[in-house]
Design a protein around this ligand. Structure first.
Ligand code: NZQ
Ligand code: ZN
Length: 389
C-alpha cells in the first residue's frame, strides 16, 4: 500500500426530502447565490419549485443560469462567470447531474481568476481561489457531488478536458434517491456505467498489497451491478435507487483510491468520443472499457482474472486464468448490453472516420502517455478505438 492523505470535506446530506433543507443549508454560507442547472428536467419534475421555495423561505436572493448541456460547454461557464462578477455573487448552487455540477465548479474558479478559465483545463495554470459550490444531485453517475474534479468541453476544436483541485470539492451535497425516479432508463444505465468505470479505473492498478481497497471496490461494484436491474424494472424503488446513489459518490470521493494508483486511461480515451460525438459519457465508457480491457489484460492476467472471479463469479476451477480473465470481460459486455448500453462504436453509429484524430488529441499528438498504470501512446489508443469498432 502506498502512502496517502485522505481528505474529503464535502458534507453529504442523504435521504428522503433532504432537498427541502437547501435554503437553510445555503443560508449558512450566503444570502445571494447563482442557481445553475441543465436543460429543464428539474422544472418538469417539480424539483425547481421546491428548491426555489426553500431558498425564498430562507431569504436567499437567487440569480439563475439554466441551460447546462450534457458534456458542459465553456461558453456557458463564461456566461456564469460574468453573471457572478456583475452581481457580486459569491456562492453557486448546482442542481442536476455531473454536467451542471462541473459547470458550476468551473464558474467557481473562473470568477476570482483574471485570466481565461480554460487555462486551468489546459493545465497552464492552477486555481488559487474558488467560490463555494453546493449541489443537489439528480443522477448517480459522475460522482462530481463529492469529487475534486470538473470536466468541461471547449466548443472551439471540441476539446473536453478535466481539472482536479482540492478547491473543487463541493461544501455540501444533497442526495435524495427519490429525485432519481424520473430518470429515463438510458440515463440510469449510463450513470451506472460511469460509476462502474470509476471503480475499474481504481481497480486495475499495479500497486501491491491493497486488499482492503480491492474488497471495498468489489463490494461497491457488485452493489451497482445488483441494483441497477431492480431500479430499471421499477423506477420508484427507493432501496435500489439509494444503493446506486450512494455507490456513485463512494466510487469517486477518493476513498477507494487510498494507497493505490489508478489508471484513468479509459476516461481519457472516452472524453475524446463524447467531445466529438456528444454521446453520454457513460455510454462512451461502456464502449471503451471492454476494448481497453481486451487490449491490456495480458499485462496483468492475475488481476483481470481476480476481477472476473470476484465480481462476475467466473469459476477458476473450470478454466485457465486467461480464459477466466476473458470471460470476465465478456460478462461485463453482456451486462452493459442487458441494461441497454452500447458496447461497440457501431452500436452508437460511430465509424472509423475520426479515430486517428481522437487518438491524436488524446495523446497531444503522441507527446504524452495516457493511463497511470498501463501507459499508452497514440498507436495504443488508436488500436483500442479500432478494437471497439
Ligand atoms: O439537463 P437536464 O434537463 O437536467 O437533463 C439531464 C441530462 O439530459 C438528465 N437528468 C439528470 N437528472 C435527471 C435527468 N432527467 C430526468 N430526471 C432526473 N432526475 O440526464 C442527462 C444527463 O445529465 P448529466 O449531468 O450530463 O449526467 P452525468 O451526471 O452523467 O454527467 C456527465 C458529465 O460529467 C462528467 C462527464 O464527462 C460528463 O461531462 N464527469 C465528471 C466527473 C467529475 N466531475 O468528477 C467525473 C466523470 O468521470 C465524468 O467525466
Ligand atoms: Zn466518469
Amino acid at each position: 500500500m502506498d502512502n496517502f492523505v485522505f481528505n474529503n470535506p464535502t458534507r453529504i446530506i442523504f435521504g428522503k426530502d433532504t432537498e427541502l433543507s437547501v435554503g437553510q443549508e445555503v443560508k449558512g454560507y450566503a444570502n445571494k447565490i447563482l442557481l445553475h442547472y441543465g436543460g429543464g428536467s428539474i422544472k418538469r419534475t417539480g424539483l425547481y419549485d421546491r428548491v426555489i421555495k426553500s431558498l425564498n423561505d430562507a431569504g436567499v436572493e437567487v440569480f439563475e443560469l439554466a441551460g447546462v448541456q450534457p458534456n458542459p460547454r465553456l461558453s456557458l461557464v463564461q456566461e456564469g462567470i460574468k453573471i457572478c462578477r456583475e452581481n457580486d455573487i459569491r456562492f453557486i448552487l448546482a442542481v442536476g447531474g455531473g454536467s451542471a455540477i462541473d459547470s458550476a465548479k468551473a464558474i467557481s474558479v473562473g470568477v476570482p481568476y483574471q485570466g481565461d478559465v480554460w487555462d486551468f483545463y489546459e493545465g497552464n495554470a492552477a486555481p488559487k481561489e474558488a467560490l463555494p459550490v453546493a449541489t443537489i444531485v439528480t443522477i448517480p453517475a459522475a460522482g462530481s457531488e463529492s469529487s475534486f474534479s470538473s470536466v468541461i468541453t471547449k466548443e472551439e476544436g471540441w476539446y473536453k478536458r478535466g481539472l482536479n483541485s482540492e478547491l473543487l470539492f463541493p461544501v455540501f451535497s444533497i442526495m435524495n434517491p427519490e429525485l432519481t425516479y424520473t430518470l429515463p432508463d438510458y440515463q440510469t444505465a449510463c450513470g451506472a456505467a460511469d460509476i462502474m468505470a470509476h471503480l475499474m479505473e481504481r481497480y486495475f492498478t499495479d500497486t501491491a498489497n491493497v486488499e482492503l481497497t480491492d474488497r471495498l471496490i468489489e463490494a461497491t461494484y457488485k452493489t451497482v451491478v445488483n441494483n441497477v436491474p431492480v431500479a430499471l424494472k421499477n423506477n420508484n424503488d427507493y432501496n435500489s435507487r439509494a444503493e446506486i446513489m450512494w455507490s456513485g459518490a463512494i466510487a469517486h470521493n477518493g476513498l477507494l483510491n487510498t494507497g493505490r494508483q489508478g489508471d484513468w486511461g479509459s476516461h481519457a480515451i472516452e472524453h475524446e468520443l463524447s467531445a466529438i460525438y456528444d454521446i453520454a459519457h457513460g455510454a462512451g465508457l461502456a464502449i471503451v472499457f471492454p476494448a481497453w480491457m481486451k487490449y491490456l489484460y495480458k499485462r496483468d492476467i492475475n488481476r483481470f482474472a481476480q476481477f472476473a472471479m470476484r465480481v462476475w463469479n467466473i469459476d477458476d476451477n473450470l478454466f485457465d486464468l486467461e480464459s477466466v480473465a476473458l470471460r470476465g470481460i465478456q460478462a461485463l459486455e453482456e451486462y452493459f448490453n442487458s441494461i441497454g448500453l452500447p458496447t461497440r462504436l457501431s452500436h452508437a453509429n460511430i465509424d472509423d472516420k475520426h479515430l486517428e484524430e481522437m487518438a491524436d488529441k488524446c495523446t497531444a499528438s503522441d507527446t504524452r502517455k495516457i493511463g497511470g498504470v498501463m501507459q499508452l501512446n497514440k498507436e495504443d489508443v488508436l488500436n483500442i478505438y479500432k478494437l471497439a469498432l
